[in-house]
Design a protein around this ligand. Sequence first.
Ligand code: ADP
Ligand code: MG
Length: 286
Amino acid sequence: MSIKAENIKYIYSEGTPFKTVALDDINMEIKEGDFLGIIGHTGSGKSTLIQLLNGLEKPTEGTINVDGTTVGEDKKKLSKIRQTVGLVFQYPEYQLFEETVAKDVAFGPLNLKLSQDEIDKRVKESLELVGFNYKKIKDVSPFDLSGGQKRRVAIAGVLAMKPSYLVLDEPTAGLDPAGRNELFAQIKLLHERANVTVILISHSMEDIAKLVNRVIVLYKGKIHMQGTPKEIYAQAEELEKIGLGVPQVAQITNELRKRGFDIKQDIITVEEAKEEILREVRRRHV
Ligand code: ADP
Ligand code: MG
């Protein structure tokens, strides 16, 4: 089971002076169980790409295949694909509109014409999956929640559709550092417990380095690099060239290495950096 993108090109406003090639030559595969980060600057094509993954938009060229079904080939299969690939848009809280949290989360499942029992079960499960106490939250108005809580309700609404793939477009945009950390921790738990493949979009390397197991770097609509976070961070100069920073710990260890410290190259956590620096300092003082 996987999502495959082959030779994707996407052009906005073709045939007008505003023509923009948003994506070009995109080939990638997202495998079941992945925790994938898609990173790139504003305008690099991230949001365009994810709207192609569930058939919301059609590529100008190329094909998307979701679990063996080519998107767009059979119109009847489109709603199934939309359900399989759940999209959480940027600032999803703007899409909350019901008077209670439970009603909001139930909105998608209601459209699937499920039994009331099944709907209630999904609403409860989804809210618990994003870290809420169901009884306490279900009758609260979404408008009385904090920014981070609203995002979690919006994510629960997509989870209630039981997607195999959950795509989150810059889920922490605009949150304060505490809200951001909390939401990232929740997303990590979700990937571990909910049996869902997670695709996390971000413009910040630092934010998602510790979470994901694979990174795709988009640059000007093309896949510029892909690999594990460690493989990507080892190419610090290439990242800097395209204006994407490496995490501060990697900056420090790269700088120390330039100054002759014998420490390894692919460090992404503070803990690893600490061990490496201590080891080198001890080595120098024996
Ligand atoms: P990102 O999500 O990485 O910021 P987008 O996918 O939103 O990137 O944008 C990719 C490119 O497509 C940019 O050049 C952007 O200006 C352009 N673009 C995005 N949406 C539209 C649109 N609706 N009409 C025309 N151009 C667009
Ligand atoms: Mg975007």
